[in-house]
Design a protein. Sequence first.
Lengths: 389, 223
Amino acid sequence: MKATLWLAWQHLRFHRWRNLLLVSCLALVAFLPWLGRGLLARYQRDLNDRASRIPLLVGEPGDEFGLCLGALFFKGRDWRPMDFGEVAAWNEPGRVLAVPLVLGHKAASLELVGTSLEYFSQLGLVCREGRLPVRPGEVVVGAEAARRNQWTVGSTLRSDPPAGFGLQGHGSQALTVTGVLELSHGPDDRVLFTGLATGWWIDGLLHGHDEATRLANDDPAQVLARTEGSLMLAPTVVPDQEQATPSRLHLHASEAELPISCLLVWPRDEKQRTLIEADARHASRLAVLRPAEVIADLLQEALRFKGLIDRLVWVLGLGMVALFVHILYLQARLRAAELRTLERLGAPPGFRARLQGFEGVALGGLAVVLGVVAAEMCLRWLPDLVHVL
Amino acid sequence: MSAPLCEVRGLEHRYGPGCQWAIDSLRVMPGQAIALTGASGSGKTTLLEWLAGLNHPQRGDVDFEGEPWRALSPAVRQRRRLETIGLVFQDNALLQALTVEENILLPLRLLDRALAPARRELEPQMRRAGIAHLAGRRLAGLSQGEQQRAGVLRALQHKPRLILADEPTASLDAESAARIVDLLFDARERFGAALVCVSHDPRVLERFDTRWSMEDFRVEAQP
């Protein structure tokens, strides 16, 4: 047995480059499915974890998957806005907490999420440095977004201009980083948060300017139209950042009509949740979703696809095993003279099978171990790989 | 008179049209040096394989140390050959993954014997064979003669009682051939091994005390 192992080792070592290539190919076949399995498990865990932390989601009826993915994971979609007034309607202190989200804006190509301060406390998000945004134009950035863009407290950036030309909007607004969030290993790491007003401000719904009559008097050339009781000024008259103070921002309409994308709702307990759902079913035209259930349905669909992939991986694996056996067979033919010499010298019966068995097991085993270890290392050291992919 | 080391009794074997071996009796005595000659295809290698227990004739027996090879189980037969017979192949059949020294010590490794003392004993033998400087080298770049000398040393390391050499000097120059025959006869003297050597080389043949000539698949002993 000792001699067999020794000879197998000598042979493997002598043909090390050829064997390395073979092991690498086999390792890749082990690596990819293992990594895929790990990534999918992590993806499922992340989705479930996020969904389980938000008991109810209220939004415009329609695509439930889209609403959930957009609200929980900030996956871009065209939002059908609902009124800010819904927040007051849903909020019942001590019974229900409703947190609005204003989505659809971007800065540095990252989602700019407008929300209230309760969002951070409900999801346990705290600042690693700086503070949360309290004034229009202030943003707090997720840890991963800050790392990638090298943002720190005091950094300035601009919101991305809207895709189309908007008469009403101001286009790109200057933003100041007031804080960086702790890493949470979730979607909050890769976005920017602002107050609700900032989103409306970007949309041009809120604006901060001096009294219009005085501005018109100062520079009459900037008056675009003047009718009885109304004055339209060129946007250039209204400086943005300097004017954007809470005292100056105002709205020429009802606050309750301002648009929000959706509401995250935290009932006090399970009973309240059931009551809210029952009430909403009868009284509200809005969709009230349990994100955990929607995500479970979504994963069910994904698992069906995974089943197909698993079967394909099995077929691929069997093909590789067949190829590997064939390679071992060809190797045996190449060294038939050597193996025959060993038998003629007096190597015991079964020596040839044991020798080649050891070599096959060593190569196959090493490949599997390498593939699995590499996949595990990727999963361990690149926790956000699933988001990158 | 001592018992024969190896004995062929009533051997008959047919192999295709016109190839019919018939050997009534043939004995290899301990310490005897036998040269086996004959034309190509006359069955010399086949006879060596029977003597080594690698194959069996269709009829008759080949005994080794009093026991027919055929009667032994495969495991015992392999073990006995490994322990008691030294084989020198015409093609030297060294393993390319091993160094020259590792190739030479291979039978001891297969026998699971201690290698350190064998290495010490091997060094002067390799010097005498003129391949001491090649101990750590692999086969690539070695000449035919160097490989053949390594093959001969491999057959001698476990101190066999019977050495069977199949044309060990074929296609070698005179000096290399002489060295190889020296190695074989040196082993014969050191541990009293019997030697059966297939050769056509007259310089080799003259050193053997007995000659077997194979003609028409029959062996004729020539003193």
